[in-house]
Design a protein around this ligand. Structure first.
Ligand code: CAO
Length: 546
């Protein structure tokens, strides 16, 4: 074992940044490239990764500490021979690249009075960063260096300032877009009294005014000098990982009160906000939920270029009563709307023969009557899906830009109908659990869901979801994918049907399956194969052993 120093890697032109989050503590085992702390300047926050795997021996920074390139972050015990403190190894360039990147923000001489193009300045090694917030709209007047958008990689988020003063004529990006250095962000109607050009840095072309190209040759300054007076345009303070966590839960960060340094929002704040929403304690409605509720409430639609939602005075036609939807309905509505619109989803319907399985389930329940654990078809479906996910791993993946993340865990969500609306608790590591354990956990989670007591952790991390209406009825339906998952299985009520065996019709218990899948990731043939294989397993569970 050896003790090594882990220091802040090259963070570019940042002079000093503040430690705003400690993500590890002494005794924690860390992986190479795992984030250790989050630091923040006035324009960007970034996570500092570990250059080695090991166990944290001692933290050398505290919350609020100022650090810069080379500052000692912590002492790490790593596997190896050297018994003394080793020199700190620089973090792998790939891992620190985002941290180094936020240095660049455009500040170019906007002297044109005609249209001015504002582009993504030099953002270091960042590639394909996602636009997570747009702070201005067409018609807004912006000052030089006023933040226009926020972009985010998996390790850092940063605000991109305007390289000119003027009035926004046209925004060229939208939420979720991936941008790179040089991409056009907005067209400004420049003003003659724009700030003079700051000292030029050689890097990226920040501004190009087509009409007067010569007058506006490229110029970029480092954002480390962005004046403190730059308006903070409502972006909640939170690290990229907290933002990601909030997005996964559909939590509107701008409504979460931060308990961290300088009001920073932490993981715990997001969790307690979610709990408050679930328990009904939060009175203000999530803005995203309000957004989602708009179409149904009579507005909206214009964002997609659609005709407006019909506004009807129903009272003209008869008596009515107006009731607010539950908070859960509003929040899940926002997620469902996004998933329904953004995913090119296709549903395959199929039937499978569960005659033997149902007989086995009934006899198992009879034998175990005293145990108090009742096994339902859903527990078998979870196990059968795990087997199918193992055989067809793309169904257990998620899209990440142009790449697929194949999960090597099998966390299966199941839709639960509750008085407050639909919730999706998750059976973690279903591959490692038996039918009884899954049934027990499902019962507990479903009860918690109905009582509004599910924790965010119990609802997150699913890699595939099953929605069973089998206890209620119906034939088939088209479930909406629970993004970022790429497929969901809908199950309806099994019925006894005559099935031709080649010689005669036999009475067989048939289970209707509806598999919805993301066509960006999965092909129709793969979906058909998945359903066929699932049906084979449910028809004869011994196939899992093959
Ligand atoms: N075919 C026939 N009968 C079925 C069946 C199926 N596919 N699935 C369940 N049943 C039977 C059960 O065996 C049970 O019968 P008994 O009471 O006679 O034993 C009965 O239906 C009720 O089962 P259940 O619904 O209590 O249990 P479950 O494990 O099947 O489901 C849960 C649990 C939490 C998923 C379910 O209660 C629920 O909330 N379902 C609704 C999910 C939903 O809303 N989906 C839609 C999402 S899209 O908007």
């Amino acid at each position: 074992m050896a003790i090594i120093e882990i220091s802040v890697p090259d963070i570019g032109d940042f002079d000093e940044v503040t430690v705003i989050e400690l993500m590890v503590k002494p005794g924690d085992a860390v992986r190479a490239e795992q984030s250790l702390i989050t630091v923040e300047s006035d324009k960007a926050s970034m996570e500092i990764p570990s250059s080695h795997a090991g166990v944290v021996k001692e933290l050398k920074v505290g919350l609020g500490a100022k650090v810069k390139t080379g500052s000692l972050v912590l002492m790490l015990e790593v596997a190896g021979e050297a018994p003394v403190v080793a020199a700190s190894a620089p973090a792998a360039p790939a891992a620190v690249a985002p941290a180094a990147a936020p240095v660049a923000a455009a500040a170019a001489p906007a002297v044109a009075s005609g249209p001015v193009e504002v582009r993504v300045p030099d953002i270091g090694d960042f590639k394909d960063v996602t636009v997570i917030e747009i702070m201005v709209k067409a018609g807004d007047s912006v000052k030089l260096e006023q933040s226009l958008i926020t972009v985010e990689s998996d390790k850092a988020s940063m605000e991109i300032p305007s390289s000119a003063a003027g009035v926004i004529k046209e925004l060229k990006v939208k939420l979720g877009d991936k941008v790179n250095i040089g991409d056009l962000l907005a067209i400004l109607e420049g003003t003659a009294n724009a700030a003079p050009a700051p000292a030029a840095a050689p890097a990226a072309l920040a501004v190009a005014a087509p009409a007067q190209a010569a007058a506006v040759s490229s110029a970029v300054t480092a954002p480390a000098h962005v004046p403190a007076a730059t308006p903070a345009l409502g972006l909640p303070h939170a690290s990229p990982s907290v933002r990601k966590f909030a997005r996964e839960l559909g939590v509107p960060l701008n409504e979460v009160k931060g308990s961290g340094l300088k009001g920073r929002i932490t993981d715990a704040d997001v969790q307690s906000f979610t709990r408050s929403v679930m328990s009904g304690a939060v009175q203000t409605l999530a803005s995203s939920a309000q957004q989602a509720a708009k179409p149904a409430a009579g507005g909206g639609g214009s964002e997609l270029g659609l005709i407006p939602w019909p506004k009807v005075d129903f009272a003209k036609f008869g008596p009515i009563e107006r009731k607010e939807m539950s908070r859960i309905k509003k929040i899940s509505g926002a997620n469902l709307l996004r998933n329904a619109i953004m995913i090119p989803a296709v549903t395959n319907h199929d039937d499978c023969d569960i005659t033997y399985l149902e007989a086995f389930r009934v006899s198992t329940n009879k034998e175990n009557e005293k145990s108090g654990v009742k096994v339902t078809m859903l527990a078998f479906l979870i196990k059968a899906c795990v087997a199918a996910l193992k055989k067809y791993p793309e169904f257990n993946s998620s899209l990440d830009g142009d790449a697929l993340i194949y999960k090597q865990y099998f966390h299966i969500g199941f839709a639960a109908d509750t008085p407050n609306g639909l919730m999706v608790p998750v059976i973690k590591d279903a591959d490692k659990k038996g039918i009884f354990q899954i049934s027990t956990e499902m019962g507990e989670l479903a009860k918690k869901a109905r009582d509004g007591k599910l924790s965010p952790a119990e609802m997150s991390g699913a890699s595939f979801t099953i929605s069973s209406l089998g206890g209620i009825g119906g034939r088939y339906f088209t479930p909406i994918i629970n993004a970022p998952e790429v497929a969901i299985l809908g199950v309806c009520k099994s019925t006894m049907e005559p099935v031709w065996d080649g010689k005669a019709f036999q009475p067989r218990l048939m289970l209707p399956l509806s598999l919805t899948w993301d066509h960006r990731v999965i092909d129709g043939a793969a979906a058909a194969r998945f359903n066929v294989y699932l049906g084979q397993i449910l028809g004869d569970f011994r196939r899992v052993l093959l």
